[in-house]
Ligand binder design. Structure first.
Ligand code: B12
Ligand code: SF4
Ligand code: SF4
Length: 383
């Protein structure tokens, strides 16, 4: 063994950074919640209650501690209405139209019959369903059982279903992702982000409805899970379906796209295979990075350790603060999706970095340092 020269030190550093230390690491295990969540407690359901109505009275008589905070958010200008910081009149109609059209999407039955035939004739039906979802625009597809603990106990988003219990939920799920455009997300929290959300909610709803119709055509029960029409909490379901991991930003970090994705699903009674969960190194990377939490303008995200919520370990979101910020800006913000180093543009360089940080903990420190250097420690809105 010769003297420690700069050249040797350099090669030693390379070996430390590129050695696949985590190659043999066991796959992640997650603890499912021990109790179900009431959809009426989600922020969107709370804001859907109209003062003076029986549901408003009912809800705040059960959760009086939330009334003051919710009324304060209600008093701020609604999204797509003039008065917010980034309001753009030219975007109002396209956004409203997209959101309005989502529940009205009508599926072409002849197309569904053709797709169902393809699945019927396929040797491997789940693989064929996955191919179809991707042809329709999904960027990733996974399968899982749908644990009851991830299904809301009671519905609450719309007045027509407020208080409806969800009994006998469908036990299997096809979960898929659609990409949020990188260049639009770089403009977060401008109003263009809300348009991109509306566009991808629409695309995801269309795919989910077609796939649900295909399952039904094959003789099974199926329920499409899309914007404002959910029976299930999607990010943990996507984790179970092997599509990514939960980040400190309290949403999914997907392979190759980071958090820059929307999730949708089809719940069904067709037995589906269980995809394998993946380890992208997120758990460790989030303990070093914290960029989402430090840049969140409303301080809604946690810089601390994970906490126990309903028997599962998660980083929390202060949801009232988050939506209050949305309304002040006039968009659904999205900075925590866009600022995440995993969400950078999908290109070979970023793929390589994502691959390397999956395998080596030292590379995660290096990547975090490089990310600060190249993209900055704080969020800069691209104009
Ligand atoms: C209510 C809601 C909100 C609320 C509350 C946010 C929240 N974290 O739950 C508000 C209005 C604040 C919000 C904000 C945003 N939202 Co939102 N929201 C929802 C909605 C409709 C329901 C989620 C819910 O029930 N939350 C209430 C309870 C369950 O929350 P919680 O206890 O904090 O649990 C969260 C996580 O810890 C995780 N979780 C819960 N239990 C368990 C158990 C295990 C084992 C694991 C691993 C995880 C896990 O799931 C929850 C949501 O991530 C979902 C759609 C859906 N059906 O999932 C979209 C959804 C989560 N939102 C989404 C997005 C993108 C956003 C925003 C970025 C806004 C935007 N530009 O789109 C911000 C991000 C805020 C943040 N960093 O958390 C996406 C996430 C996509 C992704 N990459 O994962 C979803 C899935 C919508 C979609 N169809 O794509 N949202
Ligand atoms: S920004 Fe950093 S801390 Fe936040 S979710 Fe992404 S990797 Fe984790
Ligand atoms: S959407 Fe914006 S305000 Fe809400 S948690 Fe993310 S960064 Fe914070």
């Amino acid at each position: 063994m010769g003297p420690l020269t700069w050249k040797r030190l350099f090669w030693l550093a390379i070996v430390i950074l590129f050695f696949p230390l985590d190659w043999m690491k066991r796959l992640p295990r997650i603890h499912l919640p021990t109790s179900r969540y009431d959809e009426r407690d989600t922020m969107f359901a709370r804001l859907a209650r109209k003062p003076g109505t029986p549901h408003y009275e009912d809800y705040y008589s059960r959760r009086p501690e939330l009334k003051r905070a919710d009324d304060r958010v209600r008093s701020i200008t609604r999204l797509t209405k003039p008065g917010s910081k980034h309001f753009r009149p030219d975007l109002t109609l396209p956004i409203q139209t997209l959101f309005k059209r989502i529940p009205q999407i009508v599926i072409d039955r002849s197309r569904v019959k053709l797709l169902a035939n393809r699945v019927r004739q396929a040797q491997n039906q789940p693989a064929e369903l996955s191919v179809i979802a991707k042809e329709l625009g999904a960027i990733a597809v996974g399968f899982s059982t749908a644990p009851v603990s991830l299904v809301y106990s009671v519905r609450g988003r719309h007045d027509s279903i407020y208080g409806q219990e969800i009994t006998d939920p469908l036990p299997y799920a096809l979960v898929f992702l659609v990409e949020m455009d990188h260049d639009h997300m770089r403009q977060a929290p401008k109003m263009i982000v809300l348009k991109e959300s509306a566009r991808q909610y629409y695309n995801a709803a269309l795919i989910a409805k077609i796939l649900a119709a295909v399952f039904q055509e094959l003789g099974h029960k199926a329920s499409a899970q899309f914007d404002a029409h959910y029976d299930v909490i999607l990010p943990p379901l996507a984790v179970l379906a092997g599509l990514g991991e939960l980040g400190r930003n309290n949403i999914l970090i997907a392979d190759k796209y980071g958090s820059r994705v929307r999730i949708a699903a089809v719940l069904t009674d067709t037995p589906l295979p269980q995809s394998q969960m993946i380890d992208l190194g997120v758990e460790h990377f989030c303990s070093i990075c914290k960029k989402c939490a430090t840049t969140c303008p409303s301080h809604s995200l946690s810089k601390a350790e994970k906490t126990d919520v309903r028997g599962t370990q998660i980083w929390t979101t202060r949801e009232e603060k988050c939506v209050a910020y949305w309304r002040t800006m006039g968009s659904d913000c999205g900075i925590c999706m866009a600022v995440c180093p995993y969400s950078h543009k999908t290109n070979p360089l970023h793929h390589t970095v994502r691959f390397l940080i999956r395998l080596n903990p030292w590379m995660r420190h290096m990547a975090n340092w490089a990310d600060d250097l190249i993209y900055g420690k704080t969020w800069k809105i691209k104009s």
